[in-house]
Design a protein. Structure first.
Length: 394
């Protein structure tokens, strides 16, 4: 049975006038060979956010560069809340968005929170001119856009201090010449670089756990222990929370040794927003049965740690990452390098160091049928029972 599926995100560089990559536009891609996005709806936006921030991790996608993300009306008006801070993102207002009072109020609020706003495929007179005082970037289509009044349009845009022009659809020398002539600060197009599709193996959180998490987060008496329990019993949810905590846009730089720490680091508000997106993202996911193996390893590691005086929470985290790595077909060391793990947990996964490293070796030996681990039979059976209860439907 295939335990994973592939996720994709498109990434097209945005250059400055000197040819240096200063940002990336993140694009929806349904498969690795897709040339165009195919859709620009809320589903596509949610997919881009989830994949970029919690499947790859923003640092893997963009390093320390800005990310331009297309937003639909639901996100712009606040009907759906953005699950990340303003540090590394630019919010693109699609040309298909109707600029009404709700959209203006929503974008005003977002700009007030520190988010940078870009107006995509700008056409003066479409209603988007009402957003110019709020915008940091305006993207002009120099291939298929209306170029008849470009002198007047650029002069108008230059009247807004701090507004940068992004020349897009640069597909040959004529468009590049226009970008140079109008001194466009930023440039994007096939003549400079085509979009690249990034692909990774993924285990999706189960639908049940997503809904349980969302329900618990929206309960008036939501407690941290309940939230942590739901996340910790779904390896895919745990991995996404870890990657979200490692995203520069989440505004954190600490290292974690437990699911609880990661949840506290991100904050329940951001967790709630990610859970909402994952429900929107409701596509094929791993079954509960496919999670049991990873959870059993995590629980067994926790049980072993208790017998040798090591941290149970840290051992659970190390066992969980190792189990998820196996399901994803990658090494524990490779996956650990992508996550904001504490030195203790990371060291155990990468080079087997410390007390946690010894715990993982004992668990590995038992999994391999090593006779020396025969005394773990009781702890192993308890781990299986615990994992079955943790993934069972209520």
């Amino acid at each position: 049975m295939n335990l994973t599926h592939l996720v994709h995100v498109g990434r097209q560089p945005i250059f400055d006038a000197g040819g240096t990559v200063v940002a990336y536009e993140l694009l929806f891609r349904g498969d690795a060979d897709a040339v165009e996005a195919g859709r620009q709806d809320t589903y596509a936006t949610s997919q881009v956010m989830i994949n970029a921030f919690t499947e790859f991790g923003l640092r893997e996608v963009a390093g320390d560069k800005l990310c331009f993300i297309n937003l639909t009306t639901e996100f712009l008006t606040g009907e759906l809340t953005l699950p990340f801070g303003p540090e590394q993102v630019v919010l693109e207002v699609l040309e298909t968005v109707t600029v009404d009072d709700d959209v203006i109020a929503g974008i005003t609020a977002l700009a007030g929170q520190g988010y940078r706003i870009a107006l995509d495929d700008y056409v003066h007179g479409s209603g988007h001119e009402k957003l110019l005082p709020l915008a940091s970037y305006v993207k002009l289509d120099l291939l298929d856009g209306d170029l008849t009044d470009l002198d007047q349009l650029v002069a108008l845009l230059r009247g807004f201090p701090g507004l940068q022009i992004v020349a897009e659809r640069l597909e040959g020398p004529p468009q590049i010449a226009l970008a140079d002539h109008y001194k466009c600060e930023l440039r994007q197009g096939y003549a400079l670089s085509r979009p690249q599709v990034l692909t990774a193996a993924s285990i999706s959180p189960s639908r049940l756990r997503r809904l349980q998490l969302l329900g618990a987060l929206n309960a008036p008496d939501a407690g941290l222990s309940t939230i942590v329990s739901i996340i910790a019993t779904d390896p895919a949810l745990s991995l996404r929370v870890l990657r979200a905590s490692n995203s520069a846009a989440a505004g954190h730089s600490g290292r974690v040794s437990s699911v609880r720490q990661a949840v506290v680091m991100i904050g329940l508000a951001h967790i709630r927003q990610w859970a909402t997106l994952m429900v929107i993202d409701d596509i094929a996911e791993a079954t509960e049965e496919q999670m049991v193996t990873a959870l059993t390893r995590a629980r067994l590691s926790e049980n072993v740690a208790r017998t040798v005086g090591a941290s149970g929470d840290a051992a659970f985290m190390a066992g969980l990452v190792g189990g998820v790595a196996e399901l994803l077909g990658t090494s524990s060391a490779s996956l650990a390098a992508q996550l904001p793990l504490s030195a203790e947990v990371s060291g155990a996964l990468v080079n087997g160091s410390g007390a946690l490293g010894e715990v993982l070796r004992v668990v590995d030996a038992y999994d391999a049928g090593d006779a020396a681990g025969a005394d773990l039979a009781g702890a192993y059976m308890e781990a299986i029972r615990w994992s079955a209860r943790a993934t069972a439907k209520p």
